[in-house]
Design a binder for this molecule. Sequence first.
Ligand code: NDP
Length: 326
Amino acid sequence: MEYRYLGKSGLQVSELSFGSWITFGNQIDDSVSTRLMEIAYDHGVNFFDNAETYADGKSEIVMGNILSKLKWDRTSYLISSKAFFGDGGKLPNQTGLSRKHLIEACHAALKRLQVDYLDLYFCHRPDKKTPMHEVVWTMNHLIQQGKILYWGTSEWSALEIMEAHAVAEKYRLIGPVMEQPQYNLFHRQKVEVDYRKLYDTVGLGTTIWSPLASGLLTSKYLDKFPEGTRLGRKELEWLRASAHNEQRIDMARKLNALALEIDYTLPQLAVQWCRSNPNVSTVILGASKTSQLEENLATIDKPALTQEIKDKIEAIVDNKPVPPQW
Ligand code: NDP
């Protein structure tokens, strides 16, 4: 495993990391979650991603129990949480980015994860109703209290990230270090175009999610709709509607053929493609089975993608986002 600096911070994060959305405390047994964490850690993964909203807090409870059982050296791994969507309650102040919710969500995550501090704490979405200075001051306070070490955003626009930095600069506070955007062969705009100036100016790091487009960039959807997969889950019909369509399946078939030509599997090709972007600090993997995680982690042993292969990928997906000309 290789490690990259998280943007311009001094923190090193493994190029591949591991997250628990949909799976922990929900789709899979705790014994499988434990094995997944062990496999990831044994491969050199040092970042484990979580959020208050995953399984309404249960995902953090499961991960906390695993960490407490495995007793890894606390200096050897990074743990995150994210606040915004809440952990089930929908009363005023149980969601959003108010000082009250950010602080209460942080305390709840620390308790559930059974740790003294979060290495990374994300604003899971922008909150149009909370003033930016309230968010930045609160994150700065949490850092000063030692409850979080770095803070960041998820799915914020470049303008919102810059506004947070402007506030931080004005009051001499610590600004956001990282953003967690979706990034995969079907979804490229923010990482490749919108944030392009922020990598150099504010030194933005990225912890990217859904590298396999929720599993579509694997071979299992190519011929039929398989049983027992994420996109077939009743409560995720909204995800299937946005992620699964004939055009994407057609691209996945062509990408799969290309992957096999170079002794890759399709998920390995998709992960390697994300990893080959130098502005990606870490690719967060998800898995419901140990065999999936092993296959995806094996990407690190594959040769880098040549320019010729990248060009072939580009010709198949034909969706390279273009920066505006001004
Ligand atoms: P992926 O796009 O990689 O999807 C992972 C899912 O794809 C697995 O759970 C599994 O689902 C399937 N899969 C994975 N590998 C294979 C394989 N080799 N063969 C067949 N199927 C496979 O990543 P996620 O969408 O899970 O995102 C990764 C992490 O990013 C999350 O866990 C979370 O931590 C974070 N995230 C953050 C978000 C944000 O808003 N900040 C939003 C979403 C995720 P199955 O077996 O059920 O089909």
